[in-house]
Write a protein that binds this ligand. Structure first.
Ligand code: PEP
Ligand code: MN
Length: 263
């Protein structure tokens, strides 16, 4: 069902007045984790000032260590909802179990399925039963075929509002946190009719690579870019090494816009 052979025209998903996959890139920025109302609202104000329409932030965090911050859960969803209403932004947030879906439906505009859950087939089937847009991230070591089949799990249950997100894969290279598989973007665009995003934060794990990789994503035809922004990354409860602060975010976005105008 997700195959281009089945449906030759691009899938366009309209959320919060923005047509995703219709040509103009879509930007999803926000903190790694929702930590407090103030922290989330500060990032939201900066996103809104740029005229953007989405905020991301994790309330349920799938952390490598059980001793690391696990997210605020339902309280985090409530903060996201309040911020989304105050700043006019659509909320993109991850859920990690089918048990979260019912509460998420009330608080969330786009359900994110994270890399660690790309092959959580019961979760894929459960979000497939809803009509909420889904942002599906590529698994840490998933092939493109496996990624496409994960999207097929969702669509086979009836939900056609799926966005794919390349977020880097695990290789032997240690200069970056993961290896951004940039060629996955045109392959996914050829093989499927779904919008394709690139998460430049989790793929590189390096602030100095966010801008060049975002440019590469847009140049190669991605429908959107995701990146993490925190008012003070040094005290962030997750991913403190790789999030941009608000000033870096301003510069990043300004440079990206300049680059896009060249096309
Ligand atoms: C995230 O986007 O918050 C996240 C945890 O990313 P990934 O699932 O790609 O590791
Ligand atoms: Mn993160």
């Amino acid at each position: 069902l997700v195959s281009r052979k089945k449906k030759p025209e691009d899938t366009i998903i309209e959320i919060n007045g923005k047509k995703i996959g219709a040509g103009e890139p879509t930007f999803i920025f926000g903190p790694c984790s929702v930590e407090s109302y103030e922290q989330t609202a500060q990032v939201a104000a900066s996103i809104k000032a740029k005229g953007l329409k989405f905020i991301r932030g994790g309330a349920y965090k799938p952390r490598t260590s059980p001793y690391d911050f696990q997210g605020l859960g339902l309280e985090g969803l409530k903060i996201l909802k309040r911020v989304s209403e105050e700043y006019g932004l659509a909320v993109v947030t991850e859920i990690v179990t089918p048990g979260h879906i019912e509460e998420a439906l009330d608080y969330v505009d786009v359900i994110q399925i994270g890399a660690r859950n790309m092959q959580n087939f019961e979760l894929l089937k459960a979000v497939g039963e809803t009509d909420k847009p889904v942002l599906l991230k590529r698994g840490l070591a998933a092939t493109i075929d496996e990624f496409i089949l994960a999207a097929e799990y969702i669509m086979s249950r009836g939900n056609e509002n799926i966005m794919l997100c390349e977020r880097g894969i695990r290789t032997y290279e240690r200069a970056t946190r993961n290896t951004l598989d940039i060629s996955a973007v045109p392959i996914l665009k050829q093989e499927t009719h779904l919008p394709v995003f690139v998460d430049v934060t989790h793929s590189t794990g390096r602030r100095d690579l966010l801008l060049p990789c975002a440019k590469a994503a847009i140049a190669i035809g991605a429908d959107g870019v995701m990146a993490e922004v925190h008012p003070d990354p040094s005290v962030a409860l997750s991913d403190s090494q790789q999030q941009m602060d608000l000033q870096q975010f301003d510069e990043f976005y300004e440079e990206l816009l300049k680059f896009m105008k060249q096309y």
